[in-house]
Design a protein around this ligand. Structure first.
Ligand code: SAM
Length: 240
């Protein structure tokens, strides 16, 4: 597939590094501490697709010992500068072999699979599953298909009406309005059904799936967030 990871770009990395936990992103992270407390039994964590380290730092503040991995050196460089005490590693070609099988209580992927073509999702989820300790879980936060066809506090998609006819596996476009880089991001849309099929083929099952909605009393300029969920959060366990 002719698809480029748009995060391998200095300008994009610099803009992305300014994002924290406000606006639509607030809903991706709001419920995570409670989800982690319910499902995760140890401190060893892998942040798969750590980017500039926002999600890694989030886990570290909660007390996890985290290795952050990414394929984009421009993103990792900023992660290391922002958090010199963190462990941030390049994983070229999705080669997770340097990480020991069975050694993580938690694998978090926050928005990473939005940028991974369907054909390799299964292989990567299978590899991540192998990294889990016997009681380990994968928590995968992904964009819901609705994010690409509505307006949001952190995103606009109104310039891309063609997103409405996209099917699972197709490239869609979205602009992040929370930072200065207004170039569209290219993602791969993926339905709940398609994700569940990926999990099944990868030897995983979703033991919980959450679609966080805004309550309306938060200090953010909600657009669609009180009516529909921008994110889907899957809690995954190995089936074999
Ligand atoms: C939208 S960013 C999210 C960064 C971070 N998790 C956060 O919450 O801010 C997605 C990241 O996933 C990385 N990524 C995409 N495909 C990857 C792959 N196959 N292996 C590792 N990282 C990948 C991108 O380079 C990018 O840094």
């Amino acid at each position: 597939m002719d698809f480029i990871n748009c995060y391998e770009d200095v300008g994009r990395a610099t803009a992305y590094a300014t994002l924290e936990f406000a606006n639509t992103y607030y809903l991706a992270f709001r419920d995570l501490p409670a989800i982690l407390a319910e499902h995760v039994t140890g401190p060893r964590a892998l942040d798969f697709g750590c980017g500039t380290g926002r999600s890694t730092r989030f886990l570290r503040k909660l007390g996890f010992q985290v290795i952050g991995v990414d394929i984009a050196e421009d993103m990792l460089r900023i992660a290391r500068t922002t958090d010199p005490g963190g462990d941030y590693r390049l994983v070229p070609g999705d080669n997770l072999k340097e990480l020991a099988a069975g050694s993580f209580d938690l694998v978090l992927s926050a928005f990473t699979f939005d940028n991974i073509p369907g054909t390799i999702k299964v292989r990567i989820f299978r590899d991540l599953g192998r990294l889990l300790a016997p009681h380990g879980v994968i928590i995968s936060i992904v964009s819901s298909p609705e994010i690409y066809t509505h307006e949001w506090a952190s995103f606009t998609t109104k310039d891309f009406p063609e997103n409405a006819s996209a099917r699972s596996g197709d490239v869609v476009r979205i602009i992040v309005t929370d930072h200065q880089d207004r170039r569209p991001v290219e993602d791969i849309v993926c339905s709940d059904e398609a994700y569940r099929e990926v999990y099944r083929q990868a030897g995983l099952e979703a033991v919980e799936m959450l679609k966080p909605l805004a309550k309306g009393d938060e200090p953010y300029p909600w657009a669609s967030e009180t009516r529909m969920a921008p994110w889907a959060i899957y809690v995954l366990k190995r089936t074999r």
